[in-house]
Design a protein around this ligand. Sequence first.
Ligand code: GLU
Length: 300
Amino acid sequence: MNSITGRFAPSPSGYMHLGNISVAVLAWVSAKSRGGEIVLRIEDLDPARSRREYTEAIMDDLQCLGLRWDRRAEDQSRRGEAYRAALDRLQTYPCYCSRDELRAASAPHASDGRVIYPGTCRHLTEAQRRERTKIPCLRVEVPDREITFVDGLQGPCAMSLQREWGDFIVQRADGVAAYQLAVVVDDAENGVTEVVRGRDLLSSTPAQIWLYEALGLKAPVFYHTPMLLAPDGRRLSKRDGDLNIRAMRERWKPERIIGLIAWLHGLTDRWETVSAKELAEGFSWDRVRREDIRINVNSL
Ligand code: GLU
């Protein structure tokens, strides 16, 4: 078995954009530069947002860019049983609070707008639970602990679970597993040893590291890559049509797209034409930029 396993974990809710592709390129070259393998896992947990045509488009785009995966894991929509088995091993409780109630209770908000759960439903009695008519979500009881870890790109990180997260949701009211739980259960099941993803998910990492521990699983190494920003500091997203992979493929050859990503992330000094395979040959995380990257889409 390979000692290094990376992964692509796209959500099929739209076409990939420059940010998603950057993450895929870095995940691929990181694993391949050390003889590792890549697992593709489709994160289609949310039935309302996931479309099969996007899954197909994503696979086609990855292949076109030379980013081949070695294995395809089961899609998340088919893994309900595994998530339920994990839930059974955690200390969870039903929560009936609505978003509005949480806001009104002026629960503190973390920097990214997350609601930090004040624990309202943790101590409801069985009788009080029976009185409720609303279908609850499930929250996990988190300890009052600080989680520390070293991100492969961002360096040492520390976060208090209680202050930054509170008891977080592990199963939504519609019965679907929450992202935090699913990603941990799946990365462990898929044998993933390194997770490369956007820095917007850095704040989720302590919650996930704690879940690994609570479930008796080994956590992977994390690399959180910089965000791509417009010149005014706004985050580039799928809405920026020009940086949608389909529009990019019409303008540039795959090696130009890989070259753009390599240059933006500091792997080359200029926007060159390079294949993913060539990029993997000399790859080192030491060269990858840590800071967010501002780009003027119109000047490309
Ligand atoms: N499915 C998530 C996304 O497409 C990625 C989750 C992860 O990398 O942990 O944004």
